[in-house]
Design a binder for this molecule. Structure first.
Ligand code: HEC
Length: 99
């Protein structure tokens, strides 16, 4: 995430794409898998695994959005996708910690 943010701030598209792609892969294999995620969640939160994996899918969708729109003149499309990813991270972490 930090790598992607830095890339967006300095306007390095190639680096932002690389970071987004890596994040999408990680999210798919780790966060969006209900079996894997159920093991990572605290016992009291395991029943919320579906909500958790939805956050992960939001990450993947926004990564796709970033990949598809990187060449777009409207930079705010990809920047908003980046912010939506951050929201998805926090959504799931809040759930994990029951905030
Ligand atoms: C599907 C739910 C989910 C999503 C989405 C998610 N995380 Fe997590 N994250 C977890 C869980 C569960 C842990 C604790 C894992 C453990 O203790 O083994 C964790 C732990 C972490 C940690 C380790 C430090 C800590 O506070 O425990 C970092 C850093 C982290 N996540 C970053 C992110 C970032 C950045 C994103 C968004 C790109 C993200 N996470 C999205 C569930 C999620």
């Amino acid at each position: 995430m930090v790598q992607m943010q830095t890339a967006f701030i300095v306007g390095d598209k190639a680096e932002a794409l690389k970071a987004a792609t890596a994040l999408g892969e990680e999210s798919k294999h780790l966060l969006a898998d209900e079996v894997v995620m159920a093991k990572m969640l605290p016992k009291a939160q395991v029943h919320k695994v579906r909500i958790a994996t939805t956050s992960a899918r939001m990450i993947e969708e926004n990564v796709e959005m970033i990949k598809a729109n990187m060449e777009n003149v409207r930079r705010d499309t990809v920047q908003n996708a980046y912010l939506d990813i951050q929201r998805a991270c926090m959504r799931c972490h809040n759930l994990v910690r029951d905030w």
